[in-house]
Write a protein that binds this ligand. Structure first.
Ligand SMILES: C[S@@+](CC[C@H](N)C(=O)[O-])C[C@H]1O[C@@H](n2cnc3c(N)ncnc32)[C@H](O)[C@@H]1O
Length: 212
């Protein structure tokens, strides 16, 4: 497998033979045991045709300047399969943090997201699977804390969420102030009792799986 937009390799399966990542800073954070990484972009992969069984891209498509070119490159290098992990901005917009407290972040997110319709167009016949988020998710992506609202009040937690980093700070402060108040008074807990009993939730994360 080749991992495209691999970052520091957080989600890299052991069967990875090569990683492609444009940022030197991310490459430097890869553990010594990780697959060799080459500094390049998805739109121009320095890999030969059919060099791996599969090509993987996890939470990176939204950074690419040309998604169609990147997907075409993934098809070129993968003999059998493409696996993309991304999210559906429409489903994501109904996540309580965005719909009730941070509508400005929903706008940022919608502008950032790659439409699933585009991926279906580029990869006809692709299977799209939802990926529910466990209530105790240890990763720090945007919706990881859907059952732990106080986490969003912690600047260290928010620092790892690109949709918040790119949202107008004034709108963020207003929404977060209301959230802080609702958590403090128990109003959040009262109105989200349905969530407190769930172990996992579909917030819009999607796996797109296609034949090459
Ligand atoms: C949110 S990180 C995800 C990293 C890794 N896939 C993971 O899940 O841990 C997005 C990565 O995409 C990389 N990236 C940005 N533009 C890219 C491009 N045009 N082609 C490939 N990767 C790109 C960034 O440098 C960053 O490491």
């Amino acid at each position: 497998m080749v991992n495209i937009g691999a970052g520091s390799g957080s989600y890299e399966p052991v069967v990875t033979v090569a990683a492609v990542e444009p940022s030197r800073v991310m490459i430097a954070q890869r553990p010594p045991s990780a697959a060799p990484a080459v500094q390049a972009i998805a739109e121009r992969l320095p890999l030969r045709d059919d060099c791996a069984d599969a090509a993987l891209a996890v939470l990176t498509l939204h950074h690419w300047s040309d998604v169609a070119a990147g997907v075409a490159e993934m098809r070129r290098v993968a003999r059998r399969r493409l696996v993309l992990f991304t999210w559906d901005a429409q489903a994501f917009a109904s996540f309580w943090l965005l719909s009730e407290y941070l509508p400005a972040a929903a706008e940022t997110d919608a502008a950032l997201a790659v439409p699933l319709a585009l991926l279906s167009e580029l990869l006809p016949g692709a299977e799209i699977r939802s990926v529910p988020v466990p209530h105790d998710c240890t990763d720090g992506f945007g919706a990881a804390y859907w059952r732990r609202p106080a986490a969003y009040l912690d600047p260290a937690v928010r620092a790892g969420m690109s949709m918040l980093a790119r949202t107008n700070p004034e709108s963020l402060w207003q929404g977060l102030g209301r959230l802080a108040e609702d958590v403090r008074t128990g109003r959040w807990q009262d109105s989200h009792g349905d969530l407190l009993g769930l172990d996992s939730l579909d917030i819009g994360y999607r796996l797109v799986i296609a034949s090459s």
